[in-house]
Design a protein around this ligand. Structure first.
Ligand code: PLP
Length: 397
């Protein structure tokens, strides 16, 4: 088989491989506690389900406009304009089959081969994959461990900027670290963006997934809405990961190009699901709040369980559904320096399944600390408590 050369530059999301391994382990009669995938084991709100069902019954089953149905573009623009204090209209919104497609389409729209793109590492692995697949140079920047959460490592950002840097990817409310930028960090980043004339992808997949405080968007910084595309998704807030609906939100010149990419890729996002999402945005938010309340309880249980373990420390981020515990001491005590050895040993001894730093971008030479990622979106509180007690016994044995 002659597979095209460019495919060798395409990465993947290796967390799915961990899912496969966990499923194989479960299939041989073992109990698995799933902390590995950012999927949600809670039902989609009935407002969305009923809205989509009504649309099917009404015959919304043919093609629809490439950029999305006008009513949803309008409702989403109004929703984001209000939460972002930024004047967006329907012309700034183009629907997508999920949040993920915005990453590749943003890069295709704004990056030429050979351009350099700053991206977070550890970070969502699709950034690295899409930059390199489209012929760009992926330049990582990192985070440092602060007092209460991870903070942007501005040294690595500034070091990474050259005269070839065109784009910056920011995932505030970050996967896998749960990091959240302070206002000062956003201001400093906006200064750099203006100084170096960069365009920005603000991946806001977790903007509405928060348990305290209020999310602030990078586009609120002066001059940033004009040069930023927001990745919006229905996946998390409405527990709709498998429905596949999201949007790219930004300047009309960029949004129009992305709509043209839609024509070439999928024609349009699913027609009746857009009506479901519209009903979800407009309808009663009780079930949406119940999802957040449940995740909040899971966060507290996971943080407490992990921090009780000798040699493990995690922050308790107010957003996302991820924890990124520092396990440097624990791995040392266990005599393990290899992430995969550690992950598999924990899975086989306790059934606790998690991903590690290795699943979130290429490891950067010289990294001293060891981190693993716990996603608590797919496991209930009683199972969290039971599993972390097993994990603690193993860790401290
Ligand atoms: N961006 C980040 C940071 C994510 O963690 C995810 C999913 O886990 C996505 C984007 C894409 O999600 P989806 O395509 O389901 O909207």
């Amino acid at each position: 088989m002659r597979i095209a050369d460019r495919i060798s530059d395409l990465g993947t999301e290796t967390a799915f491989a961990v899912s496969g391994e966990a499923a194989a382990f479960a299939a041989t009669g073992n109990r698995v506690y799933p902390f590995h995938l950012g999927d949600i084991n809670l039902p989609t709100p009935s407002t969305v389900v009923e809205g989509a069902a009504r649309a099917i019954a009404d015959g919304k089953t043919g093609y629809c406009p490439n950029a999305g149905i006008p009513q949803l573009r309008e409702a989403l623009a109004a929703d984001i304009a209000a939460s972002h204090n930024t004047p967006y209209g329907p012309e700034n919104v183009v629907m997508q089959p999920g949040g993920k497609p915005t990453i590749g389409k943003f890069i295709l729209t704004l990056m030429n081969p050979g351009d350099e793109v700053l991206y977070p590492n550890p970070g969502y692995p699709i950034y690295e994959s899409q930059i390199e697949f489209h012929g760009g140079v992926a330049v990582p920047y990192g985070y440092t461990e602060g007092a209460e959460n991870f903070a942007l490592d501005f040294d690595s950002i500034e070091r990474g900027i050259t005269d070839k840097t065109r784009l910056l990817i920011l995932n505030d409310l970050q996967n896998p670290m749960g990091a959240e930028c302070s206002l000062e960090e956003l201001e400093r980043l906006a200064d750099l963006v203006l100084e170096h004339d960069l365009y920005v992808l603000a991946d806001e997949a977790y903007f509405d997934m928060r348990y305290a405080g209020k999310s602030k968007s990078f586009v609120e910084q002066p001059g940033m809405a004009e040069r930023t595309v927001i990745l919006y998704t229905f996946s998390k807030k409405f527990a709709m990961t498998g429905w596949r609906l999201g949007a790219s939100v930004g300047p009309t010149e960029i949004v129009d190009v992305i709509a043209k990419l839609n024509v070439n890729d999928e024609s349009c996002s699913n027609h009746f699901i857009q009506y479901g999402a519209l009903a979800g945005l407009a309808g009663d938010q009780t079930e949406v709040q119940a999802i957040l309340d449940e995740l909040h309880a899971r966060r507290d249980a996971t943080v407490a369980g992990l921090n009780a373990i000798d040699g493990v420390h995690t922050f308790a981020p107010n957003a996302t559904f991820y924890l990124f515990p520092n396990v440097t001491e624990l791995m040392e005590r266990k005599g393990m320096s290899d992430y995969e050895e550690f992950r598999r040993a924990a899975l086989h001894a306790t059934g606790v399944s998690f991903t590690t730093r290795l699943h979130f971008g290429r490891e950067i030479p010289g990294e001293a600390n060891r981190y693993i990622r716990f996603a608590y979106s797919g496991i209930n509180v009683p199972d969290i408590e039971e599993s972390l007690s097993l994990f603690q016994d193993w860790a401290e044995a």
